[in-house]
Ligand binder design. Structure first.
Ligand code: UDP
Length: 325
């Protein structure tokens, strides 16, 4: 049994991780301010005897100090997320995504606990390669475009975590998430799959940006949280960066057609300019495919659920949650 702190534990990924750690018999403290996390996400474990909930912000240093005391593992998932949300409030991005990470690393160094840092495929920026491995160069656009603020803030977090590992031997593991999807994800901050499912279930049209030929790989959150937990407990993973996700590419147009056929709907697909939704300063990433060899070699497995299986699970969840409301 270990004592675990999950910052952002009421978020989409955090709530699945909370559930898994409780199931595995651990003691879990969730720290969340419910800015993008939702109390509903934890409703099914509320009142669990091994769960402690701290409601507050990771920008509160007193609360952080209290939260870290006695922990064996910190899963640092809390962040300002959603590329657009982050671009719209750059100061909040610094306050949320950068300072608290360093405070937590410092506290973890004092208490000697393991540390998982949630990072993102956004750090690869516009890297033009077909498939990205962890040692690729980062290719951000100009700093005058706030669109890159999210990726930059997470890249700084990575540097911070690696620095604490190099200087103090802090056992850190960095995970770069690639399009994690599943039940409980909402479409408010971009997130294409919940948007397409909602649109297809509610008479459409399904809105595809640009020509729909942009490519993504979607991984089920259940497999992703298993990766997170196995990595942070693995000595081989310490001090390293891992791509975490699926390596099966699909175009967004293909995704739209698959969602429509899965919901058994005959709605139209409409193509719109990306800038219509995101503004002129925005640029989409055309291709986002991870190389997950390092993950597979370290864990002995990699996320393998197919898009079809993932969509079935999301659609079933969506239908049952709509019935419940
Ligand atoms: N996208 C789309 N329609 C939507 C939302 C997103 O066509 O309603 C596209 C978006 O342009 C991008 C892809 O779907 O190319 C994935 O978007 P998401 O925000 O889910 O992930 P990210 O771009 O961060 O990988």
């Amino acid at each position: 049994m270990s004592k675990c702190l999950i910052t952002g534990g009421a978020g989409f990924i955090g709530s699945h991780l909370t559930e898994k750690l409780l199931e595995d018999g651990h003691e879990v403290t969730v720290l969340d301010n419910f800015s993008t996390g939702r109390p509903d996400n934890l409703a099914h474990v509320a009142g669990h005897p091994r769960l402690t909930r701290l409601t507050g912000s990771i920008t509160d240093q007193v609360l952080l100090t209290e939260a870290v005391r006695g922990q064996d593992i910190i899963y640092h998932l809390a962040a300002a997320v959603g590329v657009k949300l982050v671009a719209d409030d750059p100061v909040r991005t610094i306050e949320t995504n950068i300072y608290p990470t360093e405070w937590l690393l410092k506290l973890a160094t004092q208490t000697g606990c393991r540390f998982f840092l949630a990072s993102t495929s956004e750090v690869y920026g516009k890297n033009p390669n077909e498939c990205w491995d962890e040692d690729e160069d980062l290719h951000f656009g100009p700093t005058s475009k706030p669109r890159w603020a999210y990726g930059c803030s997470k890249a700084i977090d990575e540097f911070l975590a690696l620095a604490y590992h190099a200087k103090y031997g802090l056992p850190i593991v960095i995970g770069r998430f690639f399009n994690v999807v599943g039940p409980r994800q909402v479409g408010n901050y971009g997130m294409v799959i919940p948007r397409f499912v909602d649109q297809a279930m509610n008479g459409g049209p399904v809105i595809v940006y640009d020509d729909g030929q942009q490519v993504r790989c979607f991984a089920h959150v259940k497999e992703v949280i298993r990766c997170i937990d196995e990595l942070v407990r693995s000595d081989e993973a310490v001090g390293r960066i891992f791509n975490i996700g699926s390596d099966r590419p699909v175009t967004i147009h293909e995704l739209a057609k698959t969602v429509i056929s899965k919901v058994d709907s005959s709605v139209d697909v409409n193509f719109r300019e990306y800038t219509e939704a995101y503004g002129n300063d925005f640029e989409d990433v055309r291709r986002r495919v991870p190389n997950v060899d390092r993950l597979q070699k370290t864990l002995g497995w990699k996320p393998s659920l197919t898009l079809s299986e993932i969509l079935d699970d999301i659609i079933e969840w969506k239908r049952s949650s709509e019935q419940a409301n």
